[in-house]
Structure formats: C-alpha cells, structure tokens
Design a protein around this ligand. Structure first.
Ligand code: NAD
Ligand code: TDX
Length: 341
C-alpha cells in the first residue's frame, strides 16, 4: 500500500506520518509538503531515514508537478492535510487560502481521478459548520449540520469539501471526509492558542486573549485525530463524512488558566486584546457516527492531553525556540504588536 500524505511537515500531518510509519512498516508513506512557514522537517527528524518513508517538496496546486508525481508513484491512498490553517492569517490575506485550500484540493482530486486512487481522504474541520451559541450547551455539530462558514479560512475549507463530494457524486471518486475539532499536542505551531500560551507563559510574557476569553473550543489530542483518520481510510464508507471530537469543551480563558496553573505562573499575565473579527463563539462535535460505525474512542481527555502537551513543550525547547527566533517573530509583531501595548 502506497499512501500520499500532503502537508506532512505541518502539525497534524507530521503526527500522522509518525503514526503511519511506525504502525505500518509494510506501507510506503510519501510526504508531500511545500514547506511554507508552517512546514518543518525537524518535526520528522526521528523517522526521516525509515525505509518506508520518503519526503517530496512541492505544491499541491502545481498541476503539472502533481500529475507527474501521481504518474510516477501510483498512490493507493491520498490523505490531504496540506492547507493554510490559521484563521487570523486568513483575515489579513485570504487569497492564498483559496489558492491552496480550494485550488490545491481540486488539483489533487483531478490527479486522484486520473490515476485511479482507491481512496481520497480530505482532512477537514468543524469550522465548516460555523458556530453554535454560547447559551445552548445542548447543541452539537453532526454530519448533517448545514455548512455555514464565518472566516475566509473556514469558507475555503467548506469549498474544498464540496468539491470532494462533487467528485464522488459526479465521477465516482472514492472519497471520505473527516471534520475534526480543535487539535493540540506535540509539534503544534506557536501561532495557535495552546502552544502560543505555553511558550509565552514560560517566558513570563503577556498572553493575548481575544475579547473576553469566553469563546468555546472542543479540544482533541492530535494522536486521537490521527487514529480516527487511520480508521476512516481503512474502514470508512466511501462518500461519507465523519465528525471527530472527544467532548472536551473549554472556554479560552479556562484553557489559558489551566496552562498558567500547570506552569505555576500568575494569572496577571493574561491580557485581554481586541477580538478576532467574525470570531466564532462555540464549536462542539457530536462524534457518534465515528464511534458507533468504526469503534473510535479517544485515548486522552483534556486533562491528560494538556499535561502531556505541556511536558512535551518543556522537553522540546530546541524545536520551538528555533521557530520563535526566526521569521515568526516578525509575524508576532505584525499581528499583536499594537494590541498588546
Ligand atoms: P499546519 O498549518 O500546521 O500545516 C499545514 C502544512 O501544509 C504545512 O506543513 C505546510 O507547509 C503545508 N502546505 C501549505 N500549503 C501547501 C501547498 N500549497 N502544497 C503543499 N503543502 C502545503 O496545519 P495543521 O494544523 O496541521 O492542519 C492540517 C489540516 O488539518 C488542515 O487541512 C486543517 O484545515 C485541518 N484541521 C486542523 C485542525 C487544527 O486544530 N489544527 C483541526 C481540524 C482540521
Ligand atoms: O492569541 C490568541 N488569542 C486567543 O484568544 C489566539 C491565537 C487565539 N485565541 C482564541 C481564538 C479562538 O477562539 O483561541 C481560540 C483558538 O484559536 P486558534 O488556536 O487560532 O484556533 P481556531 O481559530 O479555533 O482554529 C483551529 O481549529 C480549527 C485551527 O487553527 C484550524 O486550522 C482548525 O480548522
């Protein structure tokens, strides 16, 4: 079995590559990544010489390159993680989100169709469902919740999902889609809430909490997401969408306070800053379909997962210090400089 993993140098993709390379020594795993600011080959250092693993640099939206790669490699399965993934960046620069997330997906679909892949899996997000109100804890996203997006990021992801489903219905391409809630864990790029707060708290720096910090996210440890995708590509029904989430809802403020407590840092580091435009209020996944059809069960709850994650950032300072000291410092200044003054 030969599997193309796109975006395998990013946060979730690199965790998935680790998972697959270790679990399936008989498979060939090809990791295709453009190495944007979010791609980091250091996240794959420990498996880069494994005989069942190979890295290829390239752009999923580069049609001639992708067609040549599929011609040469004849993949059985494609798992598409490659994307622009940060909501705040999609607000300052939406164009690249259309280019990579929509056009790139469509190129991969064409290549998968042309070369007869046995499964095309699209890694999507719960953000395609929009948001839920804060005062209705009884409501959850199911696979039949209408798509109703808020940000350029979520709109690009929803567009891609619609193309994936169209290629199933129109061309019979064997597709599956997973829509997961917020991930956290090792190799998470420090522009996202949890790693940003851990790293800044360690340095006693101000922690920028948007608005009142009352927005709710449903957190899932990245290894549980990877296990879900593994199950879906092997046993999921073609043409189906599977929601992935573990019922771990927290307000952003609760998350930040949990991190501060674990690191023995004062809550006075919290700084309330201007809210994100169009900020989604609450995400909450109903994972019943994945649990009942495929027997998926998460291994972590938020308490065990966040403890493991904090420990990982404490023991992998060299991984994130290189990022924080590079191009990323300019990004932080541009995104937060004025707001934190
Ligand atoms: P990430 O930003 O950490 O990684 C994205 C990777 O894609 C990077 O390695 C980057 O170099 C690569 N990439 C970007 N543009 C590319 C292109 N044109 N061609 C090839 N490679 C390209 O993102 P992530 O958080 O690991 O998310 C991975 C996927 O999972 C995304 O599709 C995202 O929408 C989805 N998702 C993320 C979350 C989350 O909480 N992070 C939750 C649900 C779904
Ligand atoms: O500095 C911050 N302060 C803050 O209050 C940042 C970076 C975020 N936040 C808030 C915004 C959100 O309510 O924390 C929450 C989480 O923010 P992000 O980490 O940016 O994630 P989110 O916008 O929820 O999107 C994530 O989950 C779904 C991923 O980035 C997406 O790729 C995924 O699809």
């Amino acid at each position: 079995m030969k599997i193309l993993v796109t975006g395998g140098a990013g946060f979730i993709g690199s965790n998935f590559v680790h998972h697959m390379v270790k679990k399936y020594p008989e498979y060939e795993i090809v990791n295709l990544d453009l190495l944007t600011y979010a791609g980091n080959l250091e996240s794959l250092r420990d498996i880069e010489n494994e005989p069942n693993y190979k890295f290829v640099r390239g752009d999923i939206a580069d049609r001639p390159f992708i067609m040549q790669l599929f011609e040469k490699e004849r993949f059985d399965i494609v798992v598409n993680f490659a994307a622009e993934s940060h909501v705040d960046r999609s607000i300052t620069d939406p164009g690249i989100f259309v280019q990579t997330n929509v056009m790139g997906t469509q190129v991969l679909l064409d290549a998968s169709k042309a070369y007869g892949v046995k499964r095309y899996h699209q890694v999507s997000t719960d953000e395609v469902y929009g948001d839920l109100p804060l005062d209705r804890p009884d409501l959850f996203f199911t696979e039949t919740t209408p798509l109703h997006t808020s940000s350029p990021y979520s709109s690009s992801k929803a567009s891609a999902d619609l193309f994936v489903l169209a290629y199933y219905r129109t061309f019979g391409l064997p597709v599956t889609i997973s829509r997961c809630s917020n991930n956290y864990g090792p190799y998470h790029f420090p522009e996202k809430l949890i790693p940003l707060m851990i790293i800044r708290a360690l340095d006693d720096e101000k922690l920028p909490v948007y608005g009142k910090g009352e927005n709710v996210r449903d957190w899932l440890h990245v290894e549980d997401h990877c296990a879900a995708i593994d199950l879906i590509i092997h046993n999921g029904r073609v043409g189906e969408v599977y929601n992935v989430g573990g019922h771990n809802e927290r307000t952003n403020l609760e998350v930040v306070k949990t991190i501060l407590k674990a690191l023995d840092k004062p809550e006075s580091l919290i700084n309330y800053v201007t809210d994100r435009p169009g900020h989604d209020l609450r995400y909450a996944i109903d994972p019943t379909k994945l649990e009942t059809e495929l027997g998926w069960k998460p291994q972590y709850n938020f308490d065990t997962g966040i403890a493991q994650t904090i420990e990982w950032y404490l023991t992998h300072k060299e991984w994130w210090q290189r990022i924080v000291s590079g191009e990323y410092s300019n990004y932080f200044e541009a995104m937060y400089g004025e707001r934190l003054k």
